[in-house]
Write a new protein. Structure first.
Length: 232
């Protein structure tokens, strides 16, 4: 390569290069960039935004997954990408509904929950239908409930999958729009994403997280995956 051309070569970037969706203006609570999925120096294959209702432990994470890139990364061998999309939501609700880390988690408990999420993701065609609104259009989404939370996804967009994970809220009748002013999420999505910076911003905003439905004990849905104990 000619050294004189080095400045003209396009370099990989972790800047978001797709439309990102969040709850519409009818939602008045805290908003933040929750996390992203991707490799340093490359555009992400998923971006998740957090929304928490004011004076409440209820909220929704919304994930935008650009279709082609997500399928290329998650399904390189041609598997059904919707299984992975469903799992992204199911894993999210498994993680979100875990009680405080002070509650003992027996060996094998977390892998059992993850396996359950994988099984449910493969059964996504059987998930019930709810209705969402995306950019004013009424669309279908499939939803799965677990441990006081839920995960849902829609394939209505041409170029992205839309996934949501919620606690303390109803998954039906949510309204989504592409985000035009990312400052409401305390973020500049034209700049490269940085895991450490996102973590720092969330650490100084107590409202920028979603508490589990039960903090001090397990939900009955989770108790089913605790290993059997021998009577003393």
């Amino acid at each position: 390569m000619d050294p004189d051309d080095s400045d003209t070569v396009e370099k990989p970037s972790s800047v978001v290069d797709f439309d990102v969706y969040g709850l519409d203006a009818s939602f008045e609570g805290a908003r933040w960039v929750d996390f992203f999925e991707g490799l340093p120096g490359r555009p992400p294959w998923a971006l998740w935004l957090g929304h928490r209702e004011p004076d409440s432990d209820s909220g929704v994470r919304v994930g935008t997954l650009p279709r082609q890139r997500y399928a290329a990364v998650m399904c390189p061998n041609g598997k059904d990408p919707l299984v992975e999309v469903a799992f992204s939501g199911a894993f999210g609700v498994i993680n979100l509904t875990l009680p405080s880390s002070t509650v003992p988690r027996p060996e094998g408990f977390i892998p059992s929950l993850v396996e359950h999420a994988e099984q449910q993701a493969r059964r996504y065609p059987d998930w019930p239908i709810v209705w969402w609104e995306i950019e004013g259009a009424e669309v279908r989404a499939r939803v799965w409930h677990f441990a006081g939370g839920w995960a849902a996804f829609s394939t209505a967009l041409d170029d992205a999958y839309l996934v949501a994970v919620g606690v303390g809220t109803d998954p039906a009748n949510l309204s989504f729009v592409p985000i035009e002013d990312t400052s409401v999420y305390d973020a500049d999505l034209t700049a490269p994403l940085d895991f450490a910076e996102l973590g720092r911003k969330k650490s100084v905003r107590p409202e920028a997280w979603l508490p589990p439905p039960r903090r001090d004990d397990f939900h009955p849905d989770q108790l089913a995956f605790l290993p059997d104990t021998e009577p003393s």
